[in-house]
Each structure stands twice: as C-alpha cells, then as structure tokens.
Design a protein around this ligand. Structure first.
Ligand SMILES: Nc1ncnc2c1ncn2[C@@H]1O[C@H](COP(=O)(O)OP(=O)(O)OP(=O)(O)O)[C@@H](O)[C@H]1O
Ligand SMILES: [Mg+2]
Length: 246
C-alpha cells in the first residue's frame, strides 16, 4: 500500500452490531475518530462499553457493520482478502491481557513466529530482528527460557517483542497490564512508551487512569459512544524536557 497523506486511521459514523441468530445487539454507535501516525492513544471506559470491539475493528480482527473505516485513506470494507491479510501480517500487531504465548516454546521462538508468515521480510533477516526485539524489551538474558518459565511481566514483554518484531505501524494493546503487579506493569508501559518514541503508533485499552496517563490522548467510551476525547497529556519525553528547563 503506498504511503499517502491520509490519516493512519479515520472512522466516519462507524457502527458495530453483533448478530446472533435473529438478534441484533448494537454495541458501537457514531464513532468518528481520526488517529494520526505516531500518536499514543488510550481508550478508557467501563466494562462492556465497547473498547475491545473498537480495537478489534481498527486492527482488522473484526468487521464494522455500518459507517466507514479508512486505513490510510483506503476504505476497509472495499479491501479484498489479500489486502486484509497483508495488513494483518505487516502493519498491525496485538498485545493481549492474557499474553497468548506458546507455552512450550522459548522466548526466541515466540518472537520469531510473526516472521515465519511474513510476506516480505527475508529469512536471512529473522535472527537479527528477533535478537533486536528481545533486546528492546530487556529480555536478552531470558531468550532461551520457555515462556511458561517466565514471570507475568516477562511474558508480557515477550508478547511486546513479538508485536514489534515486524516493525508494524500500529501496536494495539488490550489491557496489557491487567494481569500484572504494579512494578511489572510499569516496565510494560515503559516498553510501549519507548516504542512510541521510536515512531510506532500505540493504541492502548485500559481501565486504569494511571496506565492511561502514559498516553498523550485519552478517548472515553460509554455505552458504545465516544463521550470524551482529550489530548492534554504530554509524552514522557516532553515531560522530561519540561523538567530539564525548569
Ligand atoms: N460475540 C458477541 N456477541 C454479542 N455481543 C457481544 C459479543 N462480543 C461482545 N459483545 C457485547 O458487546 C459489548 C461490548 O463488548 P466489549 O468486549 O467491546 O467491551 P469492553 O469495553 O472491551 O469490556 P471489558 O472492559 O469488560 O473488556 C458488550 O455488551 C458485550 O457483551
Ligand atoms: Mg475488553
């Protein structure tokens, strides 16, 4: 897909209903949203407000049922299966609350996985990319451990390494600190923050205000609608620069 000036993500009156048998359950209404490259966005809201549903649609794991979703100016509902699978393999990655690692595979093997199905990254580059991703999350000393021999925080950092190894445009993280103690949670958030500073767009779902404050923009959902969209938080880098000037 060619680079163009269109925003990375744009939705216009986006709607989502789930259909079970004859029953329609509408869960997202009138979502108008623009997310630009390199933003760090947190999506907050009560349980059931539609946060994961919205994230899955934006990350091409699910389809919207009304309105428009444009990814770099291209309408999602007009994309063919080839385009969709290419976007899934190369442009977006997910980090989930439950880690979703292969338990009897090593850190290295887990991080390698997205490269095995990658359409453009050559096999000769795999090992170096894996080593770099593992180093980024500070787990080089654990690279040969099986993932079921890791602490919760180490598991999540492995999941982040797996998400970043393809150098995707967007990393989606759904409650990435939900299963972690506060120290591991802070490590995971600083790993995401570093990726944002390195140019990745981060879209994070969280219940916790303290976690959301790592983002520069907070979108609040309530009953499937955006009720607030604030860009008042500065990145850690900007905060550090501010405090140096004082
Ligand atoms: N497959 C499905 N079929 C029908 N309804 C669904 C389905 N998946 C989710 N829902 C409903 O859609 C609504 C939004 O769910 P979603 O998982 O997006 O909420 P959430 O904000 O992520 O909640 P949580 O904070 O608990 O993870 C909920 O009312 C949920 O029951
Ligand atoms: Mg959810």
């Amino acid at each position: 897909m060619p680079e163009n000036d269109a925003p990375l993500i744009e939705t216009k009156n986006l709607q989502k209903s789930y259909f079970n048998e004859e029953l329609e359950t509408p869960v997202l209404f009138n979502i108008d949203l623009t997310i630009k490259k390199n933003e760090f966005v947190a999506i907050m809201g009560p349980s059931g407000s539609g946060k994961s549903t919205l994230m899955h649609i934006l990350g091409f794991l699910d389809h919207h049922t009304g309105g428009e979703y444009l990814f770099q100016g291209q309408l999602a509902h007009e994309m063919d299966e080839d385009t969709l699978s290419r976007i899934r393999a190369t442009r977006v990655s997910f980090v989930f609350q439950a880690f979703n690692l292969l338990p009897r595979a090593s850190v290295e093997q887990n991080v390698m996985l997205p490269l095995i199905y990658h359409p453009t990254i050559p096999e000769s580059e795999r090992a170096e990319r894996v080593a770099k991703a593992i180093e980024t999350v500070g787990l080089t000393h654990r690279k040969n451990n099986l993932s079921n021999q890791l602490s919760g925080g180490e598991k999540q950092r492995t999941a982040i390494a797996r998400a970043l190894v393809t150098e995707p445009d967007i990393i989606f993280a759904d409650e990435p600190t939900g299963n972690l103690d506060s120290v591991s949670g802070i490590q995971v958030m600083s790993a995401l923050q570093e990726l944002n500073e390195a140019g990745h767009t981060i879209i994070l779902v969280t219940h916790e205000k303290s976690t959301a404050e790592h983002a520069e923009r907070i979108i609040e959902l309530f009953d499937g609608r955006i009720t607030k969209d604030t860009t008042e938080f500065k990145t850690r880098k900007a905060k550090e620069e501010d405090s140096l000037q004082k």
